[in-house]
Ligand binder design. Structure first.
Ligand code: ADP
Ligand code: MG
Length: 458
């Protein structure tokens, strides 16, 4: 198969999957216009119709592309969106790609997200210690000679608050200042996949497992994002424990991130937990209004855009926890202005936030959602959060979990607590199960829509 054929094939598979997962309007606006350009190693490039579209795709849909790619078993987890003219400028838009690709692979490519730098990170009270620690690590990774070592550096906090950004910032800094260092950024999920793949390949390739161990134990800096997802099964944690020790003993830097502190990760071996706790732990909490305003201003100035202060304040007040959503809302305003050739006004800002409006203004909380589900299914709320497993109750419970995940911006662990102390993996399972059924099962999809509109109306 030529690269061109491979690219087409991957693109078709990904687009098909996205057409199922996204609303048709969203699909037609963002995904349909994309032209597949190339696949190179784990990176896939698409041509986007405009720079704005390329930016939105990266910030808004980048993770979804990775998730989808993983879920359909494609070996790409890095998606690049560029306009045709950006590609031409980068000298990467020629037909004789295959030769070129080999050349690129000889030079080292920066594997880190370019915009996730320290310069682009707004430091404030909610993240001051974490960002200073990350910068220190970037400047002197693994310096075990000091009495006070930042090894491992463990950063935790809720979704969309900048953990991945900081990890990539360390990577970008080292790529620039210490280009010969072998710096690995990975996620717990990816390292798990690598490990199990190496075991599966063992029958045909006796070196597969050794190569896996070597890759991770012989790097200079190992960053593992979202370690709460490190699976306990199959000896993975034991292997990771040894990798950790190899690195640590050799004075190599380890950086970990998670949505919670080690002591709150249930599914982890004690000895690994105590390793995680043995360096510096620091949390990132929700940003204050001032910080949110500063973040919006920084994002605007780095993309040469401007907005009136009252619009900035409106946005910062409405979207008050997750910075990823804040960026999404901001992009939506800019896109709306570009699409309709209007100047940004408060009306446009309100229009852009319309879908989210009810989420942010009317007080929707988990009790309200559970009560509506309870009314709809005629099942007591106590059974919805309880342990009974009859078919109706299980369906109602999963629908309630799905709606809480969709409508409220809460960490999975908290949602688990709301639903009678269930583990976050159960929450993910229920959420994804209902998401899947919405496409396939009319009854479930109608229930979800009816309940959602009832909640929004009031
Ligand atoms: P997490 O990994 O904690 O879920 P991310 O690192 O993916 O969150 O951050 C979500 C988005 O918010 C990213 O686009 C990131 O650049 C942005 N962001 C988060 N915190 C800040 C900050 N302090 N300054 C600038 N951007 C931020
Ligand atoms: Mg992250």
């Amino acid at each position: 198969m030529t690269n061109k054929e491979k690219t087409e094939l991957y693109s078709n598979k990904i687009k098909l999957e996205l057409s199922i997962r996204l609303s048709s309007a969203e699909y037609m606006l963002w995904i349909h216009p994309l032209i597949p350009h190339s696949v190179f190693a784990n990176q896939m490039t698409f041509i986007a119709p405009s720079e704005n579209a390329a930016n939105t795709l990266l910030s808004h849909y980048g993770e979804l592309f990775c998730t989808v790619s993983r879920s359909i078993g494609l070996p790409v987890d890095d998606f690049v969106f560029m306009t045709k003219s950006q590609l031409e400028k980068s000298g990467d838009y020629t037909e004789e790609k295959e030769n070129k690709e080999e050349k690129i692979s000889e030079e080292r490519k920066n594997p880190f997200v370019a915009k996730y730098t320290f310069e682009n990170f707004v430091i404030a009270d909610n993240n001051r210690f974490a960002s200073v620690a990350a910068q220190t690590v970037a400047q002197s990774p693994g310096s075990n000679a000091n009495l006070l070592t930042l090894n491992p550096l463990y950063i935790y906090g809720g979704v969309g608050l900048g953990k991945t950004h900081l990890l990539h910032a360390i990577g970008n800094y080292l790529f620039e200042h210490n280009p010969n260092m072998n710096v690995i950024y990975t996620t717990a999920e990816k390292i798990s996949n690598d490990y199990f793949a190496s075991l599966n390949q063992y029958s045909t390739d006796k070196d597969s497992y050794r190569n896996f161990r070597k890759k991770y134990s012989q790097c200079d800096v190992l960053m593992v994002d979202d370690v709460q997802f490190m699976q306990k099964k199959g000896g993975l944690q034991e292997v990771f424990f040894h990798i950790f020790n190899d690195l640590y003993i050799n004075g190599k830097q380890i950086v970990l991130s998670s949505d919670r502190p080690p002591k709150e990760i249930n599914d982890i071996e004690d000895r690994l937990r105590s390793r995680f706790e043995s360096g510096i732990m620091t949390d990132i909490s929700a940003p204050s209004l001032d910080t949110r305003i500063n973040i919006i201003k920084k994002k605007l100035s780095s993309s040469n855009q401007t907005l009136d202060d009252d619009i900035i304040c409106y946005l910062a007040e409405k979207v008050n926890t997750n910075i990823r959503e804040l960026e999404g809302a901001l992009l939506k305003i800019i896109m709306l202005c570009n699409l309709t050739h209007r100047k940004p006004t408060m009306e446009i800002a309100k229009e852009a936030l319309k879908e989210k409006e009810s989420e942010y203004t009317e007080q929707i909380d988990s009790d309200k959602i559970i009560n509506y589900v309870s009314d709809y299914y005629r099942i007591p709320a106590s059974d919805i959060i309880g342990k009974k497993k009859t078919k109706d109750i299980v369906e109602a419970r999963m629908v309630a979990i799905y709606l809480v995940c969709e409508m409220l911006n809460l960490p999975l662990v908290s949602i688990g607590q709301i639903f009678g102390g269930r583990d976050h993996t159960t929450i993910i399972y229920s959420r994804d199960k209902i998401a899947g059924q919405i496409a396939a099962n009319k009854g479930v999809s109608k229930a979800v829509e009816d309940i959602r509109s009832a909640i929004k109306c009031g």
